[in-house]
Write a new protein. Structure first.
Length: 201
């Protein structure tokens, strides 16, 4: 039963993404929100495991960031509020389809890497993939991580050229770049420990 439950890192991704968006507006967190989920994808041992982590991360994000939708469903459908919450929970796994598709693609690409070392251009192009899937795949609500920047007037000027998906690309690229930098720093630290080790007599 435990293998079907969400990993704590899925909760962390959902929490960080929720706090980055209105009404909380801790927007710098949007550059780190996806990192826990990406780590889970890197650790996944199968497509099913990668899909499970993506389903939980996206579902928890929807339930935590858009919990107020249960009240809207209640108001417009006259369903009892507990039943409206159940409807929201049932729909949450498919409310962010780009998370599911991107998660499987990322898992597949990561498995092709030698020693897990991502090339420098990964954050740029995979960020474009995440934003592109977000913009192209059908969604009930047109929410996106790019909305985290709505208070940043300078960054919002980018949206005048690229649309909101340009800001989503910026957020996704930031997460991928942060993970790459952290992975390289950890790898260098491991190399230094090995180099400084002395054989015991």
């Amino acid at each position: 039963m435990k293998r079907y439950l969400p990993h704590p890192l899925s909760f962390l991704t959902a929490l960080l993404a929720m706090l980055a968006l209105p009404p909380y507006d801790f927007w710098p967190l949007v550059y780190l929100a996806l990192v826990p989920w990406l780590i889970l994808l890197q650790r996944s041992r199968s497509w099913k495991e990668a899909l499970k982590h993506s389903l939980w991360a996206s579902s928890l994000f929807t339930l935590m960031a858009f919990h107020w939708l249960a009240g809207s469903i209640h108001d417009f459908s006259n369903l009892p509020l507990p039943l409206a919450a159940v409807v929201l929970a049932i729909g949450s796994p498919v409310s962010q389809p780009h998370w599911l598709v991107f998660g499987l693609i990322y898992f597949g690409l990561y498995r092709t890497l030698k020693d897990g070392k991502a090339p420098w251009h990964w954050p740029i192009f995979l960020g474009l993939l995440f934003a592109g899937l977000d913009g192209l795949l059908p969604k009930v609500f047109r929410d996106t991580l790019g909305h985290a920047f709505h208070t940043q007037t300078t960054l919002m000027q980018l949206a005048e050229v690229t649309g909101i998906w340009g800001l989503t690309w910026l957020a996704a690229m930031g997460n991928l770049a942060a993970l790459r930098v952290a992975s390289e720093a950890r790898a260098r630290g491991g190399c230094r420990k090995i180099a400084s080790a002395r054989p015991t007599s």
